[in-house]
Design a protein around this ligand. Structure first.
Ligand code: NAP
Length: 352
């Protein structure tokens, strides 16, 4: 790809927006053209609008860029971009992404449009064929652009780990999450609520996990998605960890594969991004750890540059068929990295 595509980031000052900026540095296909956030930030230089929290330095040219206002009226002012990444708050994302989607390909991290019948809920390794649904959407809505969405961060890692288990007949899943603080955005959970504590409630999270996995792992008939027919029950907790969601997963299968067969299914799993060698694709979408006490957020969240899901403690269960632990980096694979990989897939398919 000789000329890089110009991208806008809506919600550029937040936890996910910052990760987009970090991951897009030196990207071979995309370059940042527009940064937009709330009217609190609009008109300021990026360095004055945002409290930069990434481990790497704020790039100099980004620091000096002006921040635009990300609202329904700003679409005309954005001008010359090829695609849009949106990490806006869910309630706001609905109308703003619709304005942008009429003109541009919009890659959304927000929940607003995930369950729309004509909007893909995409994980490039899992359901790349769902990307074709944007053609249905463009026809129905009369749009030049489109909206495509990524799942919730806790759903992405779970769905990736479920895909290779489909061959054994997936019947029931029970998942309990331990979710990192950065998943709540910035400034997120008040320090006095979470220090020395676990909060056993994340608003809307269990409902998202239970609904989204069925759509992602469902089948696309060229017009709409028929949900997968397994059952899923989720229980979500916020824990005192900076990045990386850990999940305890219990699985009931139709078949009774050995632990070795399950490990091999995880370890050998590859998807279209690996075949296409997309720039952000990890070599292994799933990494299997064999130590008794892994995966752990601090040690394993950066596997595959934060794009691999790490599973471990795979063992038989006296009630269900088997159980395991599953870890993913919520702002990389679960957010900005996943969004960039989706955009790479659409570009490589000639859809964006
Ligand atoms: P965040 O840290 O709170 O950032 C929110 C961003 O939206 C900021 O840039 C903020 O700009 C902007 N914004 C807020 N109100 C606005 C308004 N009225 N008009 C225009 N822009 C506005 O949140 P986040 O964690 O980055 O999450 C962003 C989205 O990604 C959410 O929909 C979230 O559910 C989703 N998501 C998050 C994660 C994660 O791990 N954090 C993972 C997957 C999906 P200002 O700085 O100017 O206020």
């Amino acid at each position: 790809m000789s000329v890089k595509r110009k991208v806008a980031i809506l919600g550029a000052t937040g936890a996910v927006g910052q990760r987009f900026i970090q991951l897009l540095q030196g990207h071979p296909w995309f370059e940042i053209e527009v940064l937009a956030a709330s009217e609190r930030s609009a008109g300021k230089k990026y360095k004055d609008a945002c409290n930069w929290l990434m481990e790497t330095e704020l790039p100099k040219e980004i620091a000096e860029m002006p921040v635009a206002n990300a609202d329904v009226k700003s679409v005309e002012q954005v001008g010359d971009v090829d695609l849009v990444f949106s990490s806006l708050p869910g309630d706001l994302a609905g109308p703003v992404e619709a304005e942008f989607g009429a003109l541009y390909p919009v890659f959304s991290k927000a929940s607003a449009h995930r369950m729309d019948k004509d909007v893909p809920l995409l994980i490039p390794e899992i359901n790349p064929e769902h990307a074709e649904m944007v053609k249905v959407q463009q026809k129905l809505r009369g749009w030049k652009g489109f909206i495509t969405t990524d799942p919730n961060c806790s759903t992405i890692q779970l769905a990736i780990s479920l895909k290779p288990l489909m061959q054994f007949g997936l019947k029931q899943i029970i998942v309990s999450t331990m979710q990192a603080l950065s998943g709540a955005g910035y400034p997120g959970v008040a320090s006095l609520d979470i220090i020395d504590n676990v909060v056993p409630f994340i608003s809307g999270e269990e409902e998202k996990l239970e609904a989204e996995a069925l759509k992602i792992l469902g089948s696309f008939d060229g017009r709409m998605v028929k949900n997968a027919d397994f059952q899923l029950s989720a229980s979500c907790n916020r824990v005192h960890v900076k990045d990386g969601h850990l999940e305890s997963v219990f699985i009931k299968l139709e078949q009774d594969p050995s632990i070795e067969e399950i490990e091999a299914a995880f370890a050998n799993f590859k998807g279209e991004p690996q075949k296409l060698k997309l720039p952000s694709a990890p070599i292994n979408p799933i990494v299997v750890r064999h130590e008794k006490n892994r995966p752990q957020p601090r040690f394993d969240r950066d596997a595959g540059c934060g794009m691999s899901v790490v599973v471990g403690r795979i063992r038989k269960d006296p009630i269900m068929t088997f159980k395991y632990m599953c870890l993913g980096h919520n702002t990389v694979r679960g957010a900005a990295g996943g969004g960039i990989l989706s955009a790479e897939l659409y570009v490589s398919k000639g859809l964006a």
